[in-house]
Design a protein around this ligand. Structure first.
Ligand SMILES: N[C@@H](CCC(=O)N[C@@H](CS)C(=O)NCC(=O)O)C(=O)O
Length: 317
């Protein structure tokens, strides 16, 4: 009974998560996994913009290939608004956590990560809030990915906030709402679409998450089977008939929203760009993410975002 409850908790925890490792190297960088201090590469950009010239090849099958040299950069904070210590309590593959990480990486804000065990949640026992992400900034707890980003953004850009409300472009706000209200719900039915994709996802989740040895063994297969069924329920709940078609449609909708601009924010990513990129990053090198890039026009924007966000600003705990 206890085991069943634990598993149920695990499945719930994983229900909006993603990923597995078909291409371990790319996936590791995509998912900011631990490896050696990822700060090394970003520290070279500490005082200057992290600028990179990249040849972009068009990923969509409908477009012909071309190469352009473009520079996209992080936006490091002024030292006077840089917090002293930032700690993120997360599940590695959680899309909401990845949204926050995309924001921290883009602004080059160093952060430590505490990987939460989705079954015991002992790492967040100290908090009344029982979900992740939780961000602790200089000792202060912030919860809920969008609220965290709003609060942090105001802190680091005091010039754009009026009183307590964020002065946000209506377009940016609309698309950030679209990410939370639509895009995240399309992801689970895709990554648990069939037995092999569900296993691919759980391979990643169990090898990168915080699980005990026994939990890992149980979770990989039992979790994959359970999530396969949960994803069918999610499809019904969110009115999704063909999950891949919905993913492609979401990607195309986003490219249409860009309307020819490099980013929704114009020449630089705004919070909506960072939100879309953050939730897609964990699936990008899974079967579903590869299919999405192959069958839609999103690849160019995604590559620009990879360049702009650059190396993770995560530091070792
Ligand atoms: N609205 C919240 C949603 C956070 C959320 O649902 N997180 C999931 C993980 S992806 C969670 O912690 N679920 C509860 C659990 O694991 O028990 C946000 O944007 O941060």
């Amino acid at each position: 009974m206890r085991r069943a409850t634990n598993l149920l908790t695990l499945y719930r925890a994983a229900s909006s998560a993603s990923s597995a490792a078909s291409n371990q190297r790319r996936l590791q960088s995509a998912l900011y996994s631990t490896t050696s201090s990822s700060r090394i590469s970003s520290s070279s950009s500490k005082s200057k913009f992290f600028t990179k010239f990249t040849a972009h090849s068009v990923a969509g099958s409908l477009l012909f290939s071309t190469a352009t040299a473009e520079a996209f950069a992080k936006e490091p904070l002024n030292s006077d608004v840089q917090p002293k210590e930032v700690v993120l309590y997360q599940y590695e593959a959680c899309p909401f956590c990845n949204k926050v990480k995309a924001f921290l990486d883009y602004y080059d804000i160093p952060y430590k990560v505490v990987e939460v065990n989705p079954i015991s949640k002992k790492e967040i026992k100290w908090s009344d809030y029982k979900k992740v992400p939780i961000l602790v900034v200089d000792g202060k707890q912030m919860v809920d990915s969008s609220a965290i980003i709003d609060e942090f953004y105001e802190k680091v850009h005091p010039e754009v906030s009026t009183g307590s409300s964020l002065k946000e472009d209506a377009e940016e706000k609309k698309w950030r709402g679209w990410v939370d209200g639509h895009l995240v719900h399309v992801l689970s039915p895709n990554i648990y679409r069939n037995a092999s994709e569900a296993l691919e996802s759980f391979e990643y989740i169990t090898s990168h998450g915080n699980f005990s040895f026994t939990e890992r063994l149980t979770a990989k297969y039992a979790g994959a089977v359970a999530m396969y069924f949960v994803s069918k329920k999610l499809k019904k709940k969110y009115n999704i008939t063909d999950e891949r078609a919905s993913l492609y449609e979401a990607a195309e909708t986003w490219v249409d929203a860009l309307n020819g601009r490099d980013f929704l924010g114009g020449t630089k990513p705004n919070l909506a760009d960072l939100a879309v990129f953050g939730v897609l990053r964990p699936i990008r090198y899974l079967r579903s993410g590869k299919d999405m890039v192959e069958h839609t026009r999103i690849g160019d924007w995604y590559t620009r975002m990879e360049d702009a966000v650059g190396a993770p600003s995560r530091i070792q705990s």
